[in-house]
Design a protein around this ligand. Sequence first.
Ligand SMILES: Nc1nc2c(ncn2[C@@H]2O[C@H](COP(=O)(O)OP(=O)(O)OP(=O)(O)O)[C@@H](O)[C@H]2O)c(=O)[nH]1
Ligand SMILES: [Mg+2]
Length: 332
Amino acid sequence: MNKKCIGCGAQLQYTYPSIEGYVRKEVYEKSKYCERCFKIKHYGKLDVIEIKKDFLSMIRDIRNTNAGIIYLIDILSLSYINNEYLKLLDTSDIVLLTKKDLVPKSVKDKKIIKYFKENFKTKANVMIISSKKKYNIDLLFKELDKMPKTYYVIGQTNSGKSTFINALVSSIGRKGNITTSVLPNTTTEYIKIKINEKLSIIDTPGFIEKNTIYNYITIEKIKEIMPKKEIKPKIMQTKSGFTVIVNDILRIDNIGKEKANLIFYMNNNMKFTKVRVTTKDDLKSLPKKNINTNGKTDIVINGLGFIKVTTKSNLVIYTLDEDIISTRNKII
Ligand SMILES: Nc1nc2c(ncn2[C@@H]2O[C@H](COP(=O)(O)OP(=O)(O)OP(=O)(O)O)[C@@H](O)[C@H]2O)c(=O)[nH]1
Ligand SMILES: [Mg+2]
């Protein structure tokens, strides 16, 4: 048995149904995909499998070769707190900020790049892409073709690595076969794609961070709350002593003396409700974090989106885990 799934990179096997790369014995010979990728592709059915990898040692191994590194970060999840993988930015040749199509059109690329370079203190070549809208994919291809070699595409799970490689492959008129999905750990092993004689791209399994909402909710929920279209910011003004509740996932209490101005950048279908701080609900029993804003603060709920707070406010945030809450200087 030495065939690999062209969707996720796992070694195909017919012995252990709950382990990566499984196909039924009868179809092993003719299968190109493992059963899980086949189900994702044809039925949109998602099964999560856990991968245990030491990503930092994986990157060390990559650095010991002549290969380059392309580091992908989902623009909506940009956060510089609690992220041990950010030190990898410095050894990356190119940083791609992905899913530009979700960011309001009024926000210019230049502004995001300037923000990123200043706040993340990197000298890497930073570009903004949307694989979904094929935005900047041709430009990037030209960049890579100037310095052709083997590049590893790395980044957090769901940052869009496989979707990006498929877009790159289709920009040169070929078909991108790698499986992509909203579930964590879609790609399980390296997948090498030869673009031309000199240029190859290797897809890798994504890093799983502790501080992302994906670790705390079901796949159905991930599908429901992941932003899918250009975000229309939702403005909520909250008086002192009032609370904003967002679906059944987030609660923000304004415990300061002044009104708070909150602008939500999340899935456009989220439901917002205002109640008094004294109102008890299930969200109030969740982990919480006190946040003081200075009028130029974004509160990032990693995986869900972010809230720009344009007032000096004293807030208490309740959500599934306090580690998914962080702050940064405002991006927009
Ligand atoms: N809106 C939008 N969604 C995107 C874009 N790129 C990827 N996605 C979505 O993001 C989700 C994750 O994409 P993948 O390409 O599977 O992410 P990955 O980084 O390969 O994830 P792992 O294999 O788990 O490490 C999927 O639902 C994609 O459709 C983009 O440019 N725009
Ligand atoms: Mg992938």
